[in-house]
Design a binder for this molecule. Structure first.
Ligand code: AMP
Length: 194
């Protein structure tokens, strides 16, 4: 089993690279953003709760997010491993994930962190906003708030995994396949160790 946290600010390319990783390594993909958006679409109670936070570009409260993530993991008992995309976004989320995975006799094996300069992120997100129906990608003020939230509340999660010796930094600018190649080097090293 191989569990990866794919990390990076909004617009770093986590979704794009996740799709390629799923295809190559057969891992289950859990994107908390996607799960929240599916709940908003389905008009569930969880969706209603998450929407106001997401529309403003703020984090959904830890308690709600952790509970949701845990119930999603339990839905895939036979997975080869997971790519966690957009989770954990706070240190309490990372701590909860460690405890939860321990209960299944597993752990996070590596955090793969995509590095992209801020102005490139804004450019990418505005472009995505023009091509999708994501409201949080359409407004530059909200985009900049999401990046600030990342810098203030989420970036620190990298320290959590660095302390455990599980942190890899990846240059996230350039051709999609070149970035994927860099991630694969990390994945193949992990697989060789397993
Ligand atoms: P994303 O699709 O990962 O960019 O997430 C979109 C939005 O969903 C974020 O701006 C947050 O409002 C919410 N969200 C996603 N994942 C989390 C998380 N782990 N913790 C709190 N809020 C989250």
């Amino acid at each position: 089993m191989l569990n990866i946290v794919l990390f990076g600010p909004p617009g770093a390319g986590k979704g794009t690279q996740s799709a390629k990783l799923i295809e190559k390594y057969g891992l289950a993909h859990l994107s908390t953003g996607d799960i929240f958006r599916a709940n908003i679409k389905g008009n569930t109670e969880l969706g209603k709760l998450a929407k106001s936070y997401m529309d403003a570009g703020n984090l959904v409260p830890d308690e709600v997010t952790i509970k949701m993530l845990e119930s999603e993991v339990k839905k895939s008992p036979n997975a080869n491993g997971f790519i966690f995309d957009g989770f954990p976004r706070t240190t309490p989320q990372a701590e909860a994930l460690d405890v939860f995975l321990e209960g299944f006799d597993t752990t996070i094996h590596q955090m793969v962190s995509l590095q992209v300069p801020e102005e490139e992120l804004v450019k990418r997100l505005l472009l995505r906003g023009a091509e999708s129906d994501r409201p949080d990608d359409k407004d530059e003020t909200i985009i900049r708030n999401r990046i600030n939230v990342y810098n203030e509340q989420t970036a620190v999660v990298a320290d959590f995994y660095t302390k455990q010796g599980k942190y890899s930094s990846i240059e996230g600018v350039g051709a999609v396949d070149d970035i994927f190649g860099r991630i694969c080097q990390v994945m193949d090293r992990l697989n060789a160790k397993a």
